[in-house]
Design a protein around this ligand. Structure first.
Ligand code: MN
Length: 518
């Protein structure tokens, strides 16, 4: 990546002042990285430039882009945070610090790996612990993406390790942030290194199948376009091909039978507003026979990561099965860029000073997990012991939505119990919970909630949390609130886990051997 490519793209997005700052950051980083090389033999600066380029493409705010340019300076060069703060402001320094801490702590963690076997969980924990600001995670994703794109220069063993970690930690992270396009890029790159033969087999299989169906699909597409025009709709239709890794995952689910996969290629209809989405659905169902079980309204009930669209699969008169995805432009942007897109919109509103807290409070219900994640981060930093299982459930498990009787939406991990819900609504409601009704029926404390449940909590004024409830909560949030209450009531002793001490060591461990290309 060259400086002028970055600046060319930046000119389309940022104003004069911001561009000047960007040029300054590039000059600063170039000077600091002078003489350093990537494993590919290219000057090191090409890496931070590529990271910044991604961030501009993802529509991130300019501070994130500056931090992307500077992200390896503090760790790998004589640059200091103080200097960065004086040149580029506190916000940029804060972001660079976050990214630096992740790699420093990881270096320490690598030494500990022999007696901390669950590196996946530890890495997730670490990422969260230091990522007070979700933009740090997004910068880290960009960093990882470029490292994957240049992975061929790494020794075999390291390729494997980085690829696995990308699939297990970074791709789910991108998914959680709603960044669908990045998730797919990371998955396909990593999968190619992990299972090159399988990757090639699927690629060929996909090519063969698509060759046949693209022609047939062309006819369907024309018919649909004609009908939508006739109905006076403004729209855009395009095709999307299933990614190799999601094909691999899906094939596992259907015992390897390609014929059971209906969405190798889907037609995407993009329209102006929600209403038009439902009209398109009606028109399609008027033209073709829908497969009832495959109609999904993610507009009314978004996926836990915020994804919205209507999906439907239809059978054409000549027995062709076609999936349609219907969405507005905003939904499309979100599906591709996820949370990153919201920083751009925020930026556009003209507030130059980035108000982190304000943005966080504006997060939609389906992204409440970020706030929860930050709570977990704070508690990890304060030395509380959070088990790996616990964190894993919260962050990487599937999520469900449940509703209060008033219709407020709450986002919980799959398998959550009624008390988890109660504590999420308010710790006081959790502490005084007496009984639960789910969809109108009495519901036991130990029975999991399901997506779409309406949960009603009956409380008692004199209610008191019980130590036995520790078995009846699954989220870190509820567990922590419950413990706090139990401690307050003298029902629980303060905990000092050995794990907490180990973690301290891991984080405090001074910079050890650094690996290049970070
Ligand atoms: Mn890097």
């Amino acid at each position: 990546m060259e400086k002028r490519e970055v600046l060319r793209l930046a000119r389309e997005v940022y104003d004069e002042d911001q561009l000047a700052e960007l040029e300054h950051a590039i000059a600063y980083a170039t000077e600091k990285h002078m003489g350093q090389k990537r494993r590919s033999g290219k000057p090191y600066i090409t890496h931070p430039l590529a990271v910044a380029y991604n961030l501009i493409e993802w529509d991130m705010d300019v501070d994130s882009v500056l931090a992307g340019v500077l992200h390896d300076t503090v760790e790998d060069t004589p640059a200091t945070l103080a200097e960065i703060e004086s040149f580029f402001g506190r916000d940029v320094a804060f972001l660079v610090d976050g990214v630096t801490k992740i790699s420093q702590a990881r270096a320490g963690m690598r030494d500990l790996e022999s007696y901390l076997p669950q590196t996946k969980d530890n890495l997730s924990k670490l990422l969260i612990a230091v990522s007070q600001d979700v933009r740090v995670l997004i910068i880290k994703l960009s960093d990882r993406l470029h490292n994957l794109q240049t992975l061929q220069y790494m020794p075999k063993e390291k390729q494997h390790k980085i690829a696995r970690e990308s699939l297990e930690v970074f791709a789910p992270m991108a998914d959680r942030l709603g960044m669908g396009r990045v998730r797919i890029q990371i998955e396909d790159l990593a999968f190619h290194y992990l299972e090159p033969k399988e990757y090639e087999r699927l690629q060929n299989l996909l090519k063969k199948r698509l060759g046949k169906s693209t022609r047939k699909l062309g006819t369907v597409r024309l018919d649909v376009e004609k009908e939508l025009t006739k109905q006076g709709l403004e729209f855009e239709v395009n095709g999307r091909v299933k990614s190799i890794y999601s094909l691999h995952r899906k094939l596992k689910k259907v015992d390897g039978n390609m014929d059971d996969i209906y969405d190798l290629m889907a037609l995407r209809v993009i329209v102006r507003d929600n209403e038009a989405c439902y009209r398109v659905l009606g028109i399609l169902h008027g033209m073709y026979q829908p497969m009832i079980a495959r109609i999904k309204d993610y507009i009314a009930i978004p996926k836990p990561n915020g994804y919205q669209s209507i999906h439907t699969t239809v059978i054409t008169p000549n027995e062709q099965i076609v999936e349609f995805q219907i969405r507005t432009q905003e939904m499309h942007d979100y599906a591709e860029r996820g949370l990153a897109a919201s920083f751009h919109y925020h930026d556009q509103k003209g507030s130059k000073a980035y108000a982190k807290n304000q943005l966080m409070s504006q997060l939609p219900a389906e992204l409440q997990w970020i706030t929860q994640m930050q709570e977990v981060a704070t508690r990890i930093r304060e030395g509380e012991d959070i088990s790996d299982d616990q964190l894993n459930i919260d962050l990487f498990g599937n999520r469900i939505f449940v509703y209060s009787p008033r219709g407020d939406i709450y986002n919980l991990p799959e398998g959550a119990l009624p008390l988890d819900f109660a504590y999420l609504v308010h710790s006081d409601i959790g502490n005084r919970a007496y009984s639960f009704r789910v969809n109108g029926n009495i519901h036991a404390f130990d029975k999991p909630l399901h997506n779409g449940d309406v949960v009603e909590v009956t409380t008692r004024k004199t209610g008191q949390a019980k130590p036995t409830w520790q078995e009846l909560v699954t989220t870190t949030h509820a567990r922590s609130k419950l413990r706090m209450q139990l401690r307050k009531a003298g029902l629980l002793q303060a905990i000092t886990g050995a794990a907490a001490i180990i973690r301290e060591k891991a984080v405090r461990k001074k910079k050890t051997k650094k690996s290049k290309d970070n």
